[in-house]
Design a binder for this molecule. Structure first.
Ligand SMILES: NC(=O)c1ccc[n+]([C@@H]2O[C@H](COP(=O)([O-])OP(=O)(O)OC[C@H]3O[C@@H](n4cnc5c(N)ncnc54)[C@H](O)[C@@H]3O)[C@@H](O)[C@H]2O)c1
Length: 355
């Protein structure tokens, strides 16, 4: 589909909104107090998780804008019914757009997500994950935005605690600049709530997997394994492969975002009062993941063991009682989610090969 660029909309506007060609459904979706369809901004909505979240808002009829600088996201992942602003969240134009539209809700997925990149360049990490967030929050405060759904990480904010699965109340001991910047985001949001009355929910994700995940990044072991299996190449496993993670399917994460967008919030102070782990509470080792995916792909090209990578936590599983108490249940088992992801990647590659 051709991408059209609108001319600037009013004198003084210095940004462009791309209308991607498909009208949004009118009259559906959650309403504001005055009965209007809610206007929602999804930052990072061209990325892996953010695009599924934008899809979920569109599916229930909200009006959606996506803001993304396309540094790792892709335009084809932005739902066709969403308006799209290609911009950096740290840019003054992003703040102007937020003030001009006056979003009811901001769902903040845009981030620098690479742990190793954050170790190499903590300043760049903070530029996006802290300064970029503050640019968005200052504009949201000025615009009277009602709620921010902020994406944190249950994989990095806790470090390596004593007990598993990890509850939200566990000590926060991030061991990377990325973990620090994610937790700092929660602390800033808590400040904005206490001082300016800006409501928020922080979702601390486990290891999200599913269609559209970038196999070239650091985070996507499922996507990396799927591609290796399709190519008939051995799976690379760092360390003994017994490190465990909490893998959660991306559509289930999107449904947690829908709940976070509408949940009634208790008037309780404290950072953990606004935080919800999002995972399955199941511990899956990299070796088990490899075995399950070999079964799905019906090939066994072998495994290469490499030295463990410094900074990788040994264990991570999240206690999800809080979000389950709000009515959320992960609808996809790991086997089902892996089969869907593999099928999606295989179909995408077949299509690209045929083109
Ligand atoms: N994938 C996971 O397992 C996981 C786990 C925990 C937390 N998270 C969080 O979920 C969110 C989405 O992660 P993802 O895995 O979908 O990664 P992703 O890289 O696919 O998505 C991030 C998106 O943000 C955009 N972006 C980056 N910097 C930007 C900037 N300065 N201005 C505007 N847009 C910018 C990118 O282009 C991309 O589209 C992130 O906040 C990440 O920290 C992800």
């Amino acid at each position: 589909m051709a991408v059209r660029r609108h001319a600037t909309r009013a004198p003084g506007f210095d940004y462009h909104i791309r209308d991607r060609g498909r009208p949004q459904r009118k009259g559906k979706g959650l309403k504001t107090d005055s009965g209007e369809t809610r206007r929602i901004l999804v930052t990072g909505g061209a990325g892996f998780v953010g695009s599924h979240v934008a899809d979920a808002y569109i599916a229930r009829g909200d009006r959606v804008w996506v803001m993304d600088d396309l540094s790792s996201g892709r335009l084809e992942h932005v739902p066709a019914a969403a308006e799209f602003a290609e911009m950096d969240i740290a840019d003054p134009r992003a703040a102007r757009l937020i003030r001009d539209v006056g979003f009811d809700l901001i769902n903040h997925h845009a981030a620098q997500i690479d742990v190793r990149a954050s170790v190499e360049d903590p300043v760049a990490d903070a530029g996006v994950n802290i300064a970029g967030l503050l640019n968005v929050l200052e504009a949201a405060r000025a615009a009277g935005t009602r709620r921010v759904v902020f994406v944190s990480s249950g994989g990095v904010v806790y470090g390596e605690p004593e007990t598993y699965p990890i509850p939200e109340s566990a000590a926060k001991q991030p061991v990377s600049p990325y973990g620090v910047s994610k937790y700092a985001g929660e602390c800033y949001l808590n400040y904005y709530r206490e001082v300016h009355g800006l409501e928020y929910v922080a979702l601390r994700y486990g290891n999200v997997y599913g269609p559209r995940q970038d196999p070239h990044g650091e985070a996507g072991v499922v996507a990396i394994f799927c591609n290796r299996l399709i190519e008939g190449k051995p799976l690379t496993i760092y360390g003994d492969g017994e490190q465990v993670r909490d893998y959660v399917y991306v559509e289930d994460v999107a449904s947690a975002n829908m709940i976070a967008s509408g949940m009634v919030l208790e008037d309780r102070p404290g950072i953990d009062a606004r935080a919800y782990n999002v995972g399955t509470q199941e511990a899956t080792s990299v070796n088990t993941l490899a075995t399950l995916l070999e079964g799905v792909a019906d090939v066994q090209p072998g495994r290469l063991h490499r030295e463990a990578r410094p900074g990788d936590v040994r264990r991570n599983t999240l206690d999800t009682a809080r979000i389950r108490g709000c009515g959320w249940v992960p609808a996809h088992s790991l086997t089902e989610g892996l089969a869907r992801t593999f099928g999606h990647i295989a179909a995408g590659r077949a299509k690209a090969g045929a083109a």
